[in-house]
Design a protein around this ligand. Structure first.
Ligand SMILES: Cc1ncc(COP(=O)(O)O)c(C=O)c1O
Length: 395
């Protein structure tokens, strides 16, 4: 058996395997009851009446912008510190991303910077719960409401989290979850749009399904998937759509995972607590800042080195952890400084000082439900040895 401690790992049990096999045996592999059930479970968790399952978080974000009518000439405010898809969806829609720097404590967008970024061309704001942290989301929603611009919540990292009793996925006019295997729950690949707006939900259903006629209600129960009255004709295309459907096999996996969501989130909280306990006293580490009244849905556990360490030190520490078979990574490079954003918009280092400083010193530690106490001891001891080695070689 390998001794490698992976950075992340999905939690798949016999119930997930049985669900997938059952769906394979059913013969219904697309547009069916599993996707409908998955939609209901995720929407309910986000406190929303409608869920629209799609084949990735990125497709969900893109579809949300298209459904909101965003296109060329429009600006969309989006974080500099996030996963690249939070901005790429704006480019895919033909609009212009306007990047905003992050708050150094929560790592979510700085509200003051969001306020400054509005122009008459702003048509939406993408608010990300970075690493699953819902900090400032109610305030961001109020700010958007004041400017009469929709908030699209990129909730890809936050399923199941809550702030002051409000679930992640409930702050934006639309919200999008992601189910890549490093997420809290997985469908292999997949995503979900949730909203309270029946018109937007119906439009997203049509757009994900090649622009076939709008379906106000999910398609469950129809015995023939491709020619049922609820779907309209298979060859009727009212608008230019996409194929962003989530296959039934993936949806079945999602249903089984959703049934265990609370158990999974509890396990992840235990692992996060284990890191807080072990690393809490180290003055050279900045641990995640969780606002009061927050129920975290832990996506990753990302620590930051103090300013005593450089980006090169951080890279050396990550390399050292990996040499000891401990999965670790930086998380994330600022989006505007990625090569194609630099080329397109001319961004240079220094444009997003907080995101840059943070991103130079982050280390994502191994984080998954089954991480043991012994493994956490080993990870934290190795980390501290690597950190000491860096300062020792310099001082
Ligand atoms: C913040 C954020 N947005 C969007 C995505 C994209 O999701 P997907 O990989 O399912 O397309 C992710 C997932 O990696 C993410 O972390």
């Amino acid at each position: 058996m390998s001794n490698v401690i992976p950075l992340s790992q999905p939690d798949i049990t016999e119930s997930e395997i049985a669900a997938v096999v059952g769906t394979l045996r059913s013969g219904r592999l697309s547009i069916g009851p599993q996707a409908d059930a998955f939609e209901r479970l995720v929407a309910e968790r986000a406190g929303r009446p409608f869920g629209v399952a799609v084949n990735s978080g990125t497709s969900g974000l893109f579809l949300s912008l298209i459904a909101l009518g965003i296109g060329p000439g429009d600006e969309v405010i989006t974080p500099a510190f996030s996963f690249v898809a939070s901005a790429n969806c704006v480019l895919h829609a033909g609009a212009t991303p306007v990047f905003v720097d992050c708050d150094p404590r929560t790592l979510n967008m700085s509200l003051a910077e969001v306020e400054r970024a509005f122009t008459p061309r702003t048509k939406a704001v993408i608010g990300v719960e970075v690493f699953g942290n819902p900090a400032d989301m109610p305030e961001l929603a109020s700010l958007c409401a004041r400017h009469e611009v929709p908030l699209v919540e990129d909730a890809c990292e936050g399923l199941g989290g809550m702030l002051k009793g409000e679930p992640i996925g409930h702050f934006g006019r639309m919200a999008v979850f992601g189910f890549f295997p490093n997420k809290q729950i997985t469908t292999g690949e997949g995503g979900m749009i949730v909203t309270h707006d029946d018109r937007l939900a119906a439009l997203c259903r049509s757009l994900r399904n090649q622009g076939r006629p709008l379906q106000p209600e999910p398609s469950s129960g129809s015995p023939v998937p491709f020619e049922s009255p609820g779907l309209g004709s298979w060859l009727e295309h009212e608008r230019m759509g996409f194929n962003f459907r989530l296959p039934e096999i993936n949806a079945a996996l999602g249903v089984a995972q959703m049934r265990r969501l609370d158990q999974i989130l509890d396990a992840r909280q235990r692992v996060a607590d284990g890191y807080f306990r072990r690393l809490g006293g180290n003055p050279d580490l900045i641990l995640p800042t969780i606002p009061p009244d927050t129920l975290m849905s832990w996506f990753v556990y990302v620590i930051r080195l103090s300013d005593r360490y450089t980006a090169a030190d951080r890279d050396e520490i990550i390399a050292g952890l990996r040499r000891h078979d401990i999965g670790a990574s930086n998380y994330f490079p600022p989006i505007p400084l990625l090569p194609f954003y630099r080329r397109a918009y001319g961004y240079v280092p220094g444009d997003f000082p907080v995101a840059e400083r943070v991103s130079e010193r982050t280390i994502a530690l191994p984080f998954h439900n089954r991480l043991t106490e012994r493994e956490q001891d080993l990870i934290c001891q190795t980390l501290e040895v690597m950190m000491q080695r860096m300062t020792f070689s310099r001082d």
